[in-house]
Design a protein around this ligand. Structure first.
Ligand code: GRF
Length: 218
């Protein structure tokens, strides 16, 4: 990412502490994406969101990207005749951005192994449960159904299995007696919007070190 500069000057991207290039994948309303955009615009994350990639044309995350002048690529799942063709197109779109970090922000598909391996240790996800409890869909509904007293969210690196990679951060919330899925989801989402930008910030400051299943925060 060299750019021509006036003689004797260096721009951000040429310096040793270059801003990290962040690509976000989202399929829906994008409130976590927005929380990260807000933290970027406040300057609390040493990074740049270089692109939003979405598999759902017309999703609200795309509106958020446009409002913040983040370039958008739509890789419409329905336009491909197989999952493998879709994944190839997605991988191509991701590689084109040369990301340092890929952030899954409500991306509702399971990433294929080729993609996970291509960006090993560089893909983050947020899940609305305290993993390893309640992986998969409807985590908040699962938590209510199980009768747990504490729920929460988990930010983790992505590996080849679903919701299973090394855990970066977790935050708890209480489950209250009258909670339903919506009330609990709202309480968890509030914490997600604090946790996810913080995890991205730590990554962008090179403060996350993966040691087996453990992520050390330096
Ligand atoms: C969040 O609850 C997140 O934990 C899960 O999907 C939801 C996405 O919400 N992975 P939003 O699109 O970020 O508002």
């Amino acid at each position: 990412m060299k750019r021509s500069n006036a003689p004797g000057t260096l721009q951000d991207e040429d310096q040793g502490d270059a801003k990290k290039r962040i690509v976000v994948l989202a399929s829906g309303r994008g409130s976590n994406f927005q929380a990260i955009l807000d933290a970027l615009s406040e300057g609390s994350i040493h990074g740049t969101c270089v692109r939003l990639i979405s598999d759902v044309p017309g999703c609200y995350a795309i509106e958020r990207a446009k409002y913040s002048r983040v370039p958008v690529t739509v890789v419409d799942y329905r336009a491909f005749s197989s999952k493998s063709d879709y994944e190839k197109a997605l991988l191509f779109a991701m590689k084109e951005c040369c990301p340092d970090l890929v952030v899954l922000a409500g991306y509702m598909r399971i990433l294929g192994n080729d993609i996970v391996r291509s960006f090993h240790g560089k893909i983050m996800n947020i899940h609305p449960a305290l993993l390893p409890s309640f992986p998969g869909l409807h985590a908040q509904r699962q938590a209510i159904g199980y009768g747990v007293k504490v729920a929460g969210c988990t930010v983790h690196f992505v590996d080849e299995m679903m919701d299973s990679g090394p855990i970066i951060l977790q935050k708890c919330v209480p489950v209250l007696p009258d909670d339903d899925e919506d009330l609990l989801s709202e309480r968890i989402l509030h914490e997600e919007h604090r946790c996810y930008p913080y995890a991205v910030k730590l990554f962008c400051e090179d403060r996350l070190k993966i040691e087996g299943r453990t992520v050390r925060v330096l």
